[in-house]
Design a protein around this ligand. Structure first.
Ligand SMILES: Cc1cc2nc3c(=O)[nH]c(=O)nc-3n(C[C@H](O)[C@H](O)[C@H](O)COP(=O)(O)OP(=O)(O)OC[C@H]3O[C@@H](n4cnc5c(N)ncnc54)[C@H](O)[C@@H]3O)c2cc1C
Length: 455
């Protein structure tokens, strides 16, 4: 049974007539999806058909071609699999606020269910749709284990303040999912065929970024990546996850970003795979606490991607050091082309450009050095977000905005010893990295990857 605390009633709570539609956005999967389960419960309760709708909005068209193909290939698999559950899949194109109400009217839909995202694009779309759509409209937090609004009603200060709030409710929410059923009432309308090849090719973007082949998109691949991580890497996670020369991370972030796997499924499985308790706890800390802290930040802070989102002490200290001389100042192009004087930074940038996934430890160093070598903190933030959102397969995510704001703007962190440019923002250095891992080996590996890439 779905916990009603996941459900936000946008309007209409009476039982309407007509079919139910799940407008899928962030949670692009059939299994373990609370929004879809909620939609199916309502449809079965009213003995009506259920359909899935994905809207390719103008903001989807602005994402990089690398993310576009990963998303579309995942959706194509999903559309095929949905058929087995007697669930038709529609792909609409245009402003959600226009195309969805029209679709609902034409198809006699009485109930619209969507999933939750803390990011402004989907929230704006929901607002637009809510102005015109009639009938029931619910939003379901299908992404967070403890729904954002249940965890806290305000922006949390740091991991140590959100952790007890999540842990208090975790047992209630971290439960096994019911199974999606083959839908008992058939959809009797014509479903237009989707030309996936043409959608794949039609990407009109200023930034065509080569797609990734080392990670396959889709729900099945996501489950395989999770299974492999649990059986091979999890036991080393605690000791090795901060060493970019070892493969100790899960690589789940692209799947989590596109909702091709539920964080709750990963957490349930990791809980059962506990031959190394320290590693299990460290992984669950990242997967649950840190990830849900990012959603909390973006949900309660409208300025999550600008300097105005930083805490006051951080803005003050960055302002006090605004005019400090910079040893080097690079343009966005120089950063993008990995043309700084720092071989380690360039290696991290190459890892992101070539593989679509920079190692987690390097992401912190990478963003902090952009602050050090930019004319202003505003420039640094804009460059870091732009490159992260374009090249990382998991980019455009609450984790990215929170991670960059942590690195550059002290979000979820505390004040440290004062120094040039950074003020009291935590600093990271090359010697510090050398103490943690073999920097030369990482640089060599990324050089190799970049060379193979250009062949
Ligand atoms: C500057 C910077 C930029 C970042 N950009 C992104 C981004 O665009 N998208 C993104 O998903 N993550 C981002 N992160 C957070 C983190 O680095 C990645 O989630 C992680 O490296 C993804 O790899 P993984 O799934 O193999 O991680 P694992 O170590 O296997 O962790 C499992 C999951 O836990 C969560 N997690 C791990 N570390 C963090 C963290 N620090 N904050 C929040 N959640 C975390 C993620 O959901 C991750 O998939 C960024 C961090 C920084 C410092």
């Amino acid at each position: 049974m779905i916990d009603q605390r996941r459900v936000q009633i946008i309007h209409g709570d009476e039982h309407p007539s007509g079919a139910v539609v799940y407008w899928m956005n962030r949670d692009q999967r059939l299994s373990d999806n609370w929004a879809l389960l909620h939609a199916q419960n309502l449809a079965i309760g009213n003995a009506v058909p259920l359909a899935l709708v994905f809207v390719l909005t103008p903001w989807h068209r602005a994402i990089s071609s690398r993310q576009w193909t990963f998303m579309l290939d995942g959706l194509k698999q999903l559309a095929n699999d949905a058929d087995k559950f007697q669930l038709p899949f529609y792909m609409l194109t245009g402003d959600a606020g226009k195309v969805l109400p029209r679709f609902m009217k034409e198809n006699g839909i009485g109930t619209l269910i969507t999933d939750f995202s803390p990011l402004r694009e989907h929230r704006r779309d929901i607002q637009q749709v809510s102005k015109t759509v009639v009938g029931v409209f619910h939003e379901v937090d299908a992404h967070n284990i403890v729904p954002v609004r249940s965890v806290s009603n305000k922006q949390e200060f740091a991991a140590y303040t959100i952790r007890p709030k999540i842990q208090r409710q975790l047992d209630e929410f971290l439960q096994e999912f019911p199974r999606l059923k083959k839908h008992p009432i058939a959809w009797d309308k014509r479903v237009p065929a989707i030309n996936w090849d043409s959608l794949r090719n039609e990407k009109k973007t200023t930034r065509v970024i080569r797609e990734i082949v080392w990670l396959a998109p889709g729900e099945t691949a996501a489950q395989e990546v999770l299974a492999n991580f649990l059986s091979v890497q999890l036991s080393h996670y605690n000791d090795r996850r901060n060493d970019p020369n070892t493969d100790a991370q899960s690589h789940l972030s692209p799947y989590l970003h596109f909702g091709q796997i539920a964080p709750q499924r990963a957490a349930l499985k990791a809980q059962r795979f506990g031959d190394n308790i320290a590693s299990q706890e460290a992984f669950l800390e990242e997967l649950i606490i840190r990830r849900e802290l990012s959603d909390n930040y973006c949900y309660y802070n409208d300025h999550y991607d600008t300097i105005d989102g930083f805490p006051e002490w951080a803005r003050k200290t960055l302002n006090e050091h605004r005019t400090d001389p910079r040893e080097s100042v690079y343009t966005q192009k120089q950063f993008e082309n990995a043309e700084t004087h720092d071989a380690l930074w360039n290696a991290a940038q190459r890892e992101m450009v070539c593989t679509g996934k920079m190692h987690g430890y390097m992401r912190m160093y990478w963003a902090k050095k952009i602050l050090e070598w930019s004319a202003t903190p505003e420039d640094a933030l804009a460059v870091a977000i732009d490159l992260n959102d374009a090249y990382e397969l998991d980019g455009r995510d609450a984790n990215g905005y929170a991670g960059i704001a942590w690195s550059i703007g002290g979000v979820h962190d505390r004040a440290w010893g004062e120094r040039d440019i950074f003020g009291k923002i935590r600093y990271m250095s090359m010697p510090g990295c050398r103490r943690k891992f073999d920097v030369a080996e990482y640089v060599r590996r990324m050089d190799r990857i970049a060379t193979e890439d250009t062949r």
